[in-house]
Design a protein around this ligand. Structure first.
Ligand SMILES: [Zn+2]
Length: 103
């Protein structure tokens, strides 16, 4: 490839990674540069971005429960530390075991 200029093929090959933000800053810059000068690839990019962002919005909704799980896990850990700081007279082993089974 010419220094600093991608061909259409090279740009299209990088579109997915660009949209996933998996390109290095240098490569992302090259893709953007090509999109600015190539109407065809810019159109293709707009289409793919639409697709990916639609997908991402949907994924975001699915990810919400994962957030909740993380909160539960965090509060479990907090409870565990709290119990530990109060001494080992009555460790909540049974509680922890039950929750691990359902998570
Ligand atoms: Zn192009």
């Amino acid at each position: 490839m010419l220094l600093g200029i991608l061909s259409c093929k090279e740009t299209i090959e990088r579109l997915d990674d660009y949209l996933d933000r998996e390109l290095s800053p240098q490569e992302a810059k090259l893709v953007v540069r090509h999109l600015k000068i190539c109407h065809q690839c810019a159109k293709r990019f707009a289409f793919e971005r639409e697709l990916v962002e639609g997908l991402r919005r949907r994924l975001h909704r699915i990810e919400a429960p994962a957030d909740l799980l993380e909160k539960i896990r965090t509060s479990l850990e907090a409870a565990e530390m709290d119990a530990a700081s109060h001494g080992n007279s009555n460790p909540p082993r049974g509680v922890l075991k039950d929750n691990q089974g359902s998570l």
